[in-house]
Ligand binder design. Structure first.
Ligand code: HEC
Ligand code: HEC
Length: 246
């Protein structure tokens, strides 16, 4: 009994002293609600990690942290903001990728390539690809909404490098919409791409195909002709022959 009391006292004493030391060292309250980071991480090291999060997602601290009770500053220990728990799940996922999954890849570089928040997020909160963003917009509100989404992302993210604005990424959106039978929406996407890449035979072929599906034969012929001028080996040549023979 005496030993127990003694040890409890010792533990309390040690905690009090170490708490004091931490407070003195950092000049701030100790960290009270760490569930993923090691509990003895220094405040400075933790804040450096937090800055990386904010940078990777291009957000402020308040994206994951609740405001303080007085509406001023942040209550960093609170779990009220649901994005904080999402971020904990992300931390565990990234640890599993780096520590459990990647080590089984044969012949890795030394030092190995490490996955970080930014590997996926690239300055966005939801790390969708450009084609995924555009398809989502098209499914919700049609082809013009997808074009508007493209323009919005191109102007907002041009220096971030978060999206692939090259020709093919956007052509795949048109192909996907065409395979769903949404020829009018696909045509809107191809037409936007034709303005950006007027020298692409593939895009003019796509425009020809969509017009053919929509039974606009003169417009289809005109687009196929453009494709053939740009690339004599384009599949548009065969389509053109067939349409002209009719
Ligand atoms: C992407 C989400 C996210 C962003 C952005 C973020 N944090 Fe955090 N923060 C977390 C998570 C998750 C934890 C809890 C970590 C754990 O459980 O180990 C945490 C914990 C903390 C803690 C420890 C609180 C305690 O006492 O337990 C502090 C302090 C903190 N963050 C400060 C910041 C600051 C300052 C910023 C802005 C520069 C910031 N955070 C931005 C997700 C985020
Ligand atoms: C392997 C890719 C990948 C990595 C690495 C990754 N994330 Fe994510 N993250 C996602 C995906 C996918 C989602 C969307 C999840 C969903 O809601 O379906 C997401 C969503 C989130 C969200 C919710 C955003 C919101 O506004 O809804 C937060 C916060 C977040 N991630 C933080 C992080 C942090 C912090 C890291 C680094 C520790 C990280 N992520 C690393 C793929 C990743």
């Amino acid at each position: 009994m005496r030993i127990r009391i003694c040890s409890v006292f010792l533990v309390m004493f040690t905690l009090a002293v170490s708490g004091l030391v931490v407070k003195q060292a950092a000049g701030q309250d100790p960290l009270t609600n760490l569930q993923v980071f090691p509990k003895d991480i220094s405040r400075q090291a933790l804040i450096a990690e937090m800055r990386q999060f904010a940078f990777a997602l291009d957000v402020r601290c308040t994206h994951c942290h609740a405001l303080g009770a007085d509406g001023q500053g942040n209550d960093f220990a609170s779990d009220e903001n649901p994005n904080k728990e999402k971020a904990r799940a992300m931390l565990r996922m990234v640890a599993a990728i780096n520590n459990e999954l990647l080590p089984s890849v044969p012949n890795r570089d030394d030092p190995p390539v490490v996955v970080t928040c930014k590997t996926c997020h690239r300055g966005t909160t939801k790390p969708r690809l450009l084609a995924q963003e555009m398809l989502l917009a098209a499914h919700q509100s049609g082809g013009q909404a997808a074009v508007n989404k493209f323009k919005e992302l191109q102007s907002d993210f041009s220096d971030v490098g978060a999206y692939d604005f090259r020709e093919w990424e956007t052509n795949t959106v048109a192909e996907d919409l065409a395979s769903e039978g949404k020829f009018e929406d696909a045509l809107i996407i191809y037409s936007m791409n034709a303005e950006r890449f007027p020298e692409s035979a593939s895009i003019w072929t796509g425009i020809g195909e969509m017009n053919e599906k929509l039974d606009r034969i003169p417009a289809a012929i005109e687009a196929y002709e453009k494709a053939v001028v740009l690339d004599a080996r384009s599949p548009a040549a065969a389509r053109l022959k067939e349409l002209k023979a009719k």
